[in-house]
Ligand binder design. Sequence first.
Ligand code: LLP
Length: 424
Amino acid sequence: MKPVPLSLLPDTAEVRGDGSLAIGGCDLLEVAAQFGTPAFVYDEAHLRARCREAVAAFGPGRAVYATKAFLCGAMARLAYDEGMLLDVASGGELYVALHAGVPADALTLHGNNKSIAELRMAIEAGVRHIVVDSFDELDRLDTLHAEGLPVPKVIARITPGVHAHTHEFIATGQDDSKFGFNLGNGDAQLAVDRMRRSPSMQMEGVHCHIGSNVFEASSFGKAAEVMAKFAAPLDLPELVLGGGLGVAYVAGEEAPTITQWGNVLLDACQALGVRSAVSVEPGRSIVAQAAVTLYTVGTIKHIPGVRTYVSVDGGMSDNPRPVLYGSGYEAFLPRAVGAERPLSARLVGKHCESGDVLIFEAGLPADVAVGDVLATPVTGAYGHSMASNYNKLTRPPVVFVNDGVARAVVRRETYEDLVRCETV
Ligand code: LLP
């Protein structure tokens, strides 16, 4: 296998004279030595550049960062400082964003099953929008209005009946979905009629999200068309077209840029005569390629005639995506980023099950050895945010690198953290 494509690495990745890799001006081996492994290492300049690209493509106030992809205080502030609004999908995400100092009127609350407590928290905080997902949620908003809470601005989540070409678990626009009001069976119209009449809420617009890691611009164009037609007679100020732009994870994959995605969506809306403000909620495309995960190789097991297993000190607890979705990743050694990768091996973690696989067929340098620092690129989205404590592994730190400085913005968990919530 050829060396890892540099196009998968963060913007500031730089191969030094000795063949080793630096990101944000920081040598990755030094970062590993300073913070230990596993560690998520994010290129701050890359994160900022993607936020700015989204704001430039869609306009101020129209690029909403989907925090589910990667959220901590530092990321929430960075996205907000770069001009993005933030989408939160639970009371917990709302809490973290507010705790980071992001003003409530920069936040949109999502969720297919928001509790009355989450809705109350959002309304009391004064969020910008609540994206309403069900008739039961409309009932809850009526209850809160009857309690005397302020009238929230709401957007209706519509399921447009568009099937995105992506993994079944992350496709959300088709009729058979737990999300939103179905366009096809008339629920969307019923919901919108009720919302516009309701004194409990102020109707601001409609929303759709067809799925995640979508590569085909045509799927987005189709959703924009369906939504534009539905929204036209409503004449509401907001049309939100969700997130979903895919990213390249492995050699040979190519995804549209945020700018190209913006052109497809905005051209389609313009051609359809949309007068509403068109906004989007990118998550993955902002953060995925900004990070690499650093691990240390702990064991190498050759089974003649079968395969080689290379085990690292993390696994499905810091990256469950290969197990959940069969997602592909690349691996390389930061000490020799340009090395050919002739050794075919299964890259696995340290969890107590055979499903704990990071890369089913990894290509690695022939001289990979126990003790080597190994990196997997494109792990900035849905890695840290979906990390678990399975087998009571402590979750890795999040390290931001920029201009030669590496700083942990989230520290590694400790064993004490593992028992912090125990009461007896
Ligand atoms: N807006 C809504 C309403 C969403 O549900 C999502 C993602 C986004 C925006 C952001 O989508 P993105 O730009 O990141 O594709 N855990 C899965 C991804 C689940 C996505 C859920 N919703 C994965 O690791 O691939």
